[in-house]
Design a protein. Structure first.
Length: 281
């Protein structure tokens, strides 16, 4: 396998920011951006799953970016107290060292939470997808079984609709409802890792785009360990800068973050274009 693009989680702001980063690379080098979008493998987690579905849809990148700047959106405004949410996570994870058990406990939290109706959430996810069918490419979207804690990696061969796979990967515990697929329920792939970059193992070169400051610890998973698992691949990580974090604000799930985050990401993409060109040579 040659090249891989890894798109991390980060809420509605993260979707806009990652599209902005790709547009920024295109500003500097359109042919390079085309090669990145044609990567042999695309791994998308949570927000990254939506971006993965969009950029492999055949819809021009400029159109996907422009949609982030429009005020009208099908995204759901949700009031998130991030401090309380992570306190709730910490309470249910207290004393747990086994990753599978940790994911089970977060899944149980998600199953018990009061959220919007599943159909309402699925409609918002559906609106993110300009094309509803899986692309004829290697796209991998991780999610977590809410009851077992086991990780599922959905692909076009999984027999699961693209909408349901994206919705499952984006189902933040305690915020959005778990997604029923068959007789199982799934929550956010970020419960395993916000990047899941190790799913790109075997690639020769890997570009990881993550909407957090460089060095920010993940709540679950460890990017350094994942990068080590990619050896001997060449890897470049594009992280957010402070201007991007300011654009995300205190609620990265708010649709109001889309425009500022897209614009901040575009500046970051331009700044990384030379390094990405060296990776993708």
């Amino acid at each position: 396998m040659g090249s891989s693009l890894v798109l991390a989680g980060g809420g509605v702001a993260g979707i806009a920011w990652e599209l902005g980063v790709l547009c920024g690379i295109a500003d500097a080098d359109p042919a390079l951006a085309d090669r990145i979008l044609a990567a042999d493998l695309v791994v998308g987690t949570s927000a990254g799953s939506a971006v993965a579905a969009q950029i492999t849809s055949g819809v021009p990148l400029d159109d996907l970016y422009a949609a982030q700047l429009r005020a009208e959106t099908a995204e759901i405004e949700v009031d998130v107290d991030t401090e309380k949410l992570f306190a709730d996570y910490g309470a249910v994870l207290n004393g747990v060292s086994d990753p599978t058990e940790a994911r089970r406990r977060l899944g149980a939290l998600a199953l018990a939470a009061r959220t919007v109706e599943p159909a309402v959430r699925l409609a918002a996810i559906d609106a993110r997808l300009p094309v509803k069918a899986w692309p004829g490419r290697d796209v991998r979207l991780p999610a977590v079984d809410a009851e077992s804690g086991e990780v599922a990696v959905f692909t076009g061969d999984s027999g699961v609709s693209l909408r349901d796979a994206v919705a499952a990967s984006c189902a933040v515990p305690g915020i959005w409802p778990p997604v029923a697929i068959g007789d199982r329920s799934y929550v956010d792939g970020g419960v395993r890792s916000m990047t899941n970059a190790d799913l790109a193992a075997g690639a020769d070169r890997v570009l990881i785009i993550q909407p957090v400051l460089e060095g920010t610890p993940q709540p679950w998973g460890n990017l350094d360990d994942e990068i080590a698992a990619l050896a001997p691949a060449r890897v470049h990580v594009i992280s957010a800068d402070q201007a991007s974090v300011d654009a995300f604000g205190t609620n990265a799930l708010s649709p109001a973050t889309r425009g500022p985050s897209a614009q901040a990401g575009r500046a970051v993409g331009r700044a990384h274009a030379d390094a990405v060109a060296a990776l993708w040579s």
